[in-house]
Each structure stands twice: as C-alpha cells, then as structure tokens.
Design a binder for this molecule. Structure first.
Ligand code: C5P
Length: 220
C-alpha cells in the first residue's frame, strides 16, 4: 500500500517545518521538506558562482543536480552530491536567492515529480509533505490538506527568534520580500477548496501540533 499523504502549505515563518516534523514523529510518518529542494538547487547554482536570477542558467544547473533528502523526522539531512548542505541551505544568501530558482516552471515540474516519487517510495505508513503548493499542485488529491497560517508580525517574530543574533527588522523585511516573490508563483495565503486552515497566531508550538494532528486524524 502507498503511504498516506498529508499535505501542508503555508508562508515563511508559519512554523510549518517544525510543526510538520513533530506531527510526523507523533504519527510515525515520514516528513518531506519540499522547500529544501529549491534551497539546495539555489545553493548549487550559487556554489558554481552562477546567477540565480537567470532562468536558463538555473535550468542548466538542474542537469548535474544530484540531490538527496532524508524523510526521517529524527534524522533530517539534505545532500547535494557528496556535500551535506543541511545547514548551508538555511543561510540568508540562499534564502535571498531561492525565489528566483523556484519561479522557473521547468524546475517546479522536475522537483514535483521527484516529490511524488519520494512519497510513493517512502518506507512509512504516511508522509507529511510540507511546502507552498503541495495542497494545490503536488498532491491535490491527498486525503488530508492543511494551510498553516499565522499573522505576519507573529511569523517575523518567530523567525527572528530562530535566527538569534540577527536584526529583527531585517529578518522581517527579508521574510516579507520572499513571500511577495513566492506569492507571484503560487498562492499559499488563501486556502483552496477542501483545504483546512490552521491559524497558529494564538497557539503555541504544542497546541499547533495538536491542531494539525486533529485534522490528520479526522481525515485518515
Ligand atoms: O519552506 P522554505 O521557506 O524552506 O522554502 C524555501 C523556498 O522554496 C520558498 O521561499 C519558495 O521560493 C520555494 N518553495 C516553493 N514551493 C514549495 C516549497 C518551497 O516554491 N512547495
């Protein structure tokens, strides 16, 4: 039997990654971070000293893009070739470049096919797949589809707490800019028909995980 897919979308700083990872642990499911593929490709382009704003350069870079990711929520890693890029893909220079890579249609098609095959092959009863267009494009038929949101000021505050030491105003501005670029490509601010909204503005981490688990249990 194919693993059950749980699709979770939301904007940057909504807590998607940490909430999805914890929900996966609680369910004994796999966890697929789709943003990591776009980040790893942006890292790959940057590491060649190439320009992420040039779509042709980005498409050419996909040809020798040897990408691997762990679906184990307790042992998360991302690799490009032999290089472990788990931490490097979170650097601000990658975050600033990633939207340019993600807006290329050929890139989206290639990674979407990869995501679907990773879910189908997962060695787990289910997989939580987290991103921006999972509920609408990657897995529109998933039995559970969730949009995880939070008020913009709460998202900025959470993200700057994560990146301790960085200027909160700069973090908020970078987050806002990335969401604005990404929103031109996919709508992750409004729930598509049949998608359940979980708003974490007033919830702490544990409550958000519980809210997500309630939706999963209701749908599976
Ligand atoms: O989720 P995360 O913030 O790590 O995603 C990094 C970037 O990858 C996003 O800013 C967006 O440009 C892109 N992305 C996407 N579609 C997805 C997941 C991520 O375009 N499903």
């Amino acid at each position: 039997r194919e693993p059950v897919a749980v699709a979770i979308d939301g904007p940057a700083g909504s807590g998607k990654s940490s909430v999805s990872k914890q929900a996966a642990r609680r369910l004994g499911y796999g966890y697929l971070d789709t943003g990591a593929a776009y980040r790893a490709l942006a890292w790959h382009v940057l590491s060649r000293g190439a320009e992420t704003a040039d779509a042709d350069v980005v498409v050419a870079a996909t040809e020798d893009f040897d990408y691997a990711i762990s679906l184990d929520p307790d042992r998360y890693w991302v690799r490009v070739g032999e290089t472990d890029v788990t931490d490097a893909i979170r650097e601000p220079r990658v975050s600033a470049a990633v939207s340019g890579v993600a807006r290329v249609p050929e890139v989206r098609e290639a990674v979407n096919a990869l995501f679907r095959s990773l879910v189908a092959a997962a060695d787990a009863p289910g997989v939580i797949v987290e991103g921006r267009d999972i509920t609408t494009v990657v897995l529109p038929d998933a039995p559970v589809r969730i949009l995880l949101t939070a008020a913009p000021e709460v998202r900025a505050a959470r993200r700057s707490a994560e990146l301790s030491g960085e200027d909160a105003g700069a973090v908020a501005a970078a987050l806002h800019q990335r969401d604005a670029s990404d929103a031109k490509v996919v709508d992750f601010l409004n729930a598509a028909p049949g998608v359940t909204v979980v708003d974490s503005t007033e919830l702490d981490f544990a409550q958000t995980v519980d809210a997500v688990l309630d939706v999963v249990r209701a749908g599976t």
